[in-house]
Design a protein around this ligand. Structure first.
Ligand code: SF4
Length: 313
C-alpha cells in the first residue's frame, strides 16, 4: 500500500489517497478541528471499504465498490498518519479520535473489529477513543454483537457510536439509503444495550437537506432521550448530492432552526455539527478525491463541485 496523492492544509485537514498493491484506491483524512491544538485534539478519519456498495444518495463513496481492505490495509492508514505527525507509535494528544467513517459502511468489513482489538496494544495513545457510524444494513448482526463485546472490554465510556438515519419517514429513508436495513425498533434495542452502563449516549445522525423529514414523535416512539442524542449535520457538497438535487438545510451555526427547537423541546440533546466550511474547499467530504482521481487520473486539483459562496450568505 502506498500514498499516491495528498491535498489540504496542515492547519485544518489533509486528505490522502492511497493505492493498494493490487491497484485499489481509498482515501483517509487527518483533521485538526479548531480551536484545538494538536496536543489537545487530533482526529483521523479512515476508510473501511474501497468505495461503498450502499450508494447513499448524497455520498460519493457509493459511486463504486471494489472490496474490503484487509486489517493491514486499515492499519496502514493509521500508521501512516501517526508516523507522519509523531514519528513513532506514541500519540500525545489529550483527545485522539479515529473515525471509521470515511469511505465505506464499516459493518461490512469484519477487519474493522480486528483493528479495534489491536489499537490498544499497537499504539501508546492514552487519549484514544473510536467513533463508528453505521446505517445498520441487514445481515450484519454478528458484527454488532462482537462490537459490543469489544466496546465493553476496551472502550467503556469512550466509544462514540452513531446510527445514521437521515429521515424519520421510511420511504424517504429508503430512498436516501437504498438497501435493506435495520428497523428503528431493532436499532433502538441494540442502542440501549450498547449504552447500558456506559456514559456515552448513542448518536442518531441526520444529514439534513431542505426536504428532510424529521418528526420528533416518530423518534420518541423508539428512541429514549436517556439513551440517544441527535446530531444534525449538513449535506456535504458532493457530486452525488448535486446530481440528486440535495442541498443542505443546515449551513450556519448561528441560525435558529425550528426543526432543532422541536427536537430539543421533546427532551433530546441535539448537537449541530457544521464543521469548518474550508473543509469543503479542501475536499475532505466523503469520497470526493478518489472519485476525482478515478475520473481524471491526474493529480487532485479541484475538490468541490459548486461554489462555497452558496453556503456563506
Ligand atoms: S454514507 Fe456511508 S454507507 Fe452511505 S454510501 Fe457513503 S460510505 Fe456508504
Amino acid at each position: 500500500m502506498k500514498v499516491i496523492a495528498k491535498t489540504g492544509n496542515d492547519e485544518l485537514a489533509t486528505v490522502y489517497v492511497a493505492q493498494s498493491d493490487n491497484g485499489k484506491l481509498l482515501e483517509f483524512v487527518e483533521s485538526l478541528p479548531p480551536p484545538f491544538t494538536i496536543n489537545e485534539k487530533w482526529v483521523l478519519i479512515i476508510s473501511t471499504l474501497y468505495g461503498c456498495p450502499i450508494k447513499c444518495r448524497f455520498c460519493d463513496a457509493g459511486s463504486y465498490y471494489n472490496g474490503k481492505p484487509t486489517k493491514d490495509e486499515l492499519l496502514f492508514q493509521i500508521d501512516y498518519l501517526i508516523k507522519n505527525r509523531f514519528g513513532g507509535e506514541t500519540v500525545p494528544s489529550k483527545k485522539f479520535k479515529i473515525q471509521f467513517s470515511r469511505m465505506g459502511e464499516p459493518t461490512l468489513n469484519p477487519a474493522v473489529l480486528d483493528v479495534l482489538k489491536e489499537i490498544p496494544n499497537r499504539y501508546n495513545a492514552p487519549g484514544f477513543y473510536p467513533s463508528l457510524s453505521t446505517i445498520a444494513p441487514n445481515g450484519t448482526d454478528e458484527f454488532f454483537e462482537e462490537l459490543l463485546l469489544i466496546k465493553n472490554k476496551y472502550y467503556k465510556n469512550k466509544f462514540q457510536f452513531q446510527f445514521s438515519i437521515h429521515s424519520t419517514d421510511l420511504n424517504q429513508r429508503d430512498w436516501l439509503i437504498p438497501v435493506k436495513k435495520w428497523s428503528f425498533e431493532k436499532m433502538a434495542k441494540f442502542g440501549e444495550k450498547f449504552h447500558q452502563g456506559d456514559r456515552q449516549k448513542i448518536t442518531l445522525n441526520f444529514a439534513l437537506s431542505s426536504d428532510s423529514i424529521v418528526e420528533s414523535n416518530v423518534l420518541l416512539q423508539y428512541f429514549n432521550p436517556d439513551d440517544f442524542l441527535i446530531k444534525i449535520t449538513p449535506v456535504n457538497p458532493t457530486y452525488k448530492a448535486l446530481q440528486n438535487k440535495l442541498d443542505s438545510f443546515i449551513y450556519k451555526p448561528s441560525k435558529q432552526y425550528q426543526i432543532i427547537d422541536n427536537l430539543r423541546s421533546t427532551g433530546y440533546e441535539v448537537i449541530v455539527s457544521i464543521g469548518d466550511l474550508t473543509e469543503n474547499e479542501i475536499g475532505s467530504n466523503c469520497g470526493q478525491h478518489v472519485m476525482n482521481f478515478l475520473k481524471n487520473n491526474v493529480a487532485i486539483q479541484e475538490s468541490y463541485t459548486f461554489s462555497l459562496q452558496q453556503f456563506l450568505d
